[in-house]
Write a protein that binds this ligand. Structure first.
Ligand SMILES: [Zn+2]
Length: 213
């Protein structure tokens, strides 16, 4: 039994993590969140064949090199439909995103002889998704070591917490989480602080950069 190969680089001024998932048998790959520094992304891709570009969400720090990546690798872009109608994108629609394939909860995406599963985790953004495969997951800005991704209203924070409970904290403690910025963590390393945070009363106006502590 083999596993998807996972490689990562950190790009751009927001230090965004761009990931490459490769099937070791076929060398088919999927590029996740091509945020910036396209020359570095080309080196990351190497001799793999990028068939798909997957987006956790469409904040600018995650899509800076999207157009170049799509045109160069001739790959289909996959993103949740709600990421296409966000106000910041509706005003200035981006061609590569508008021609994307929609992602939804529970969907399976093939990468060569392997696959990953898509889960909806809105909160940080309305159509944020995470990608789960074997004992790992790419979680974008849904969760970081120590807290959830930044939210823009108290309702967004509650939405985010609900979906973290529904998706991420249903997973085994040993699952490794690869975030959109910073270092990986595990479900187990976050669980106690998350559960304590949920149990505590929260201020009605809490949102933004929130930490479990
Ligand atoms: Zn980000």
């Amino acid at each position: 039994m083999s596993y998807l190969r996972l490689k990562q680089i950190t790009v751009g001024k927001w230090q965004e993590n761009c990931y490459l998932l490769t099937c070791p048998e076929t060398k088919e790959s999927a590029l996740v969140d091509p945020g910036d520094e396209f020359d570095q992304i080309v080196a990351l891709v190497g001799r793999t064949r990028v068939k798909r570009i997957l987006l956790t969400h469409t904040d600018l720090d995650h899509i800076g090199a999207l157009e170049q990546a799509r045109d160069t690798f001739r790959a289909n872009v996959y993103v949740h439909a709600k990421e296409l109608t966000r106000p910041s994108h509706a005003e200035a629609p981006r061609k590569p995103i508008l021609s994307a394939q929609p992602l939804s909860d529970g969907q399976s995406i093939r990468i060569g002889r392997h696959s990953l599963t898509v889960y909806e985790t809105p909160g940080h953004t309305p159509g944020h998704v995470v990608f789960r495969f074997d004992r790992r997951a790419i979680v974008g800005d849904a969760i970081f070591p120590g807290g959830p991704g930044r939210t823009h209203s108290p309702a967004d924070l509650e939405t985010g917490l609900y979906h973290l409970q529904r998706v991420v904290f249903r997973w085994d403690d040993r699952i490794t989480l690869y975030p959109g910025h910073g270092q990986p963590t595990t479900v187990g390393a976050q669980r106690d602080n998350f559960m304590r945070f949920l149990a505590k009363p929260r201020a009605d106006d809490l949102y933004g950069d929130v930490s479990w502590a």
